[in-house]
Design a protein around this ligand. Sequence first.
Ligand code: SAH
Ligand code: SF4
Ligand code: F3S
Length: 461
Amino acid sequence: MDQTLAGPLGQAGQAVRDRWGERPLAFVRTYGCQQNVADGEKIKGLLEQMGFGFTESPEDASFVLFNTCAVREHAEDRVFGNVGALKNQKRRRPDMVIAVCGCMTEQAQAADRLRKSFPFVDMVFGTGAIHRLPELMLDVLTQSKRAFLQGCQEEARLEGLPIRRDGKSRAWVTAMYGCDNFCSYCIVPYVRGREKSREPGAVLAECQGLVEAGYKEITLLGQNVNSYGKGLSSPTNFAGLLRDLDKIPGDYRIRFMTSHPKDASEELFQVMAESRHIPRHIHLPFQSGNDRVLSEMNRRYTREKYLSLIQAARRLMPDITFTSDVIVGFPGETYQEFQDTLSLIREVEFVNLFTFIYSPRAGTKAAGMPDPISHKEKTEWFAELLRVQEEIAARNCQKLVGSRQRVLVESRNEKTGLLQGRTPGSLTVDFPGGPEKVGGFAQVEVTEARGWALRGVEIKA
Ligand code: SAH
Ligand code: SF4
Ligand code: F3S
């Protein structure tokens, strides 16, 4: 662990014991993307070192923390709702501490709203200030004052933080922080700061440690992993990082997200094709299938470039699968332009799509663009898109019936006795089996596709 942390952690731990006794409970709720989940695991690592245990119920918790997302309005509304619901608890238990962190708090408006309208919130800290949690805890507990800390992007200080991972077989590893792309609809560059790659040695050591500890799937994280390596002292790129990680001996998978099409390269596909540990699946968000909309979104690729990437990947790996993100109803998008999105979906045949109706974010360029299409209409377009994708997903599933898949077993439904495993291509298959299988690989024959859900039976490897 980072030695400079030992002092503040020790003092905060003492203050925690003085306030709540031995092993008080913390409730940590994370919203948003995997990057936030990874941050949440660092926060829990720090809380654990301060002496906290964990609970799933805020009623039992001395320390309640919401790790927030700002990517769409809905995400923010939920947080304000859940924080507001704690007001009465805090009145009954004034010794509890309520904290809000994550992307939402990096927006001045949201931080102001927390400051003024939620006086029972004791602590607010931004995405680059996780390592300061022990100091903030000490301030709140010993000085009985509210602590607010935003705009502190000190990613280097996040190296070496203790991590309390949620899973025992799947792990998240940050490859890079922040984003420099400023897609015109997106708040992330404002709340996560500038792009910054971790040193390859640090990523490698973390992954090696995870494989040695028995982890079976490592997902490398970054808003745009394909621009990994910029600004590092020794030149490297994402394909190079993957090539090195693939050399770690053991039985495991490496996934990564998110790839931005403007920076995806043939070299990346080449590494995937040659690798032993990278499944042949890529999450490659296209957002829109229309060139005018893509340009207004500031995505910096065209429909043709996107489709040529898909072709290049398929040439090298005929069995590769694709997933993607798409936005419906970007300001000024016409129904005709939306049809280009549908035709791209039909052309690529994604196995899964993450679909969003455009949500204006204050401070972004798109929030100032004229947006004449009503929400009702956008909702209808959205439903049309889902219908198209459902058909494609069902067809993709049907193609797998009769195939044999090596799946990583992610969970078991106690009621049905069915295990759920993920194929290399990132589809889930349900099959009967005992709880001891969870967290390991299993060889499964796909017997049936019900819509876009696969069923199978385990077979001998
Ligand atoms: N860095 C990733 C995306 C991170 S945000 C990338 O560039 O692909 C995850 C997804 O949320 C985006 O891909 C986009 O589809 C969606 N999204 C982002 N901002 C949005 C907004 N304002 N309204 C609706 N969807 C949005
Ligand atoms: Fe947002 Fe674009 Fe950055 Fe992705 S690449 S996080 S969509 S600005
Ligand atoms: Fe949300 Fe922040 Fe991720 S805004 S999507 S949690 S980077």
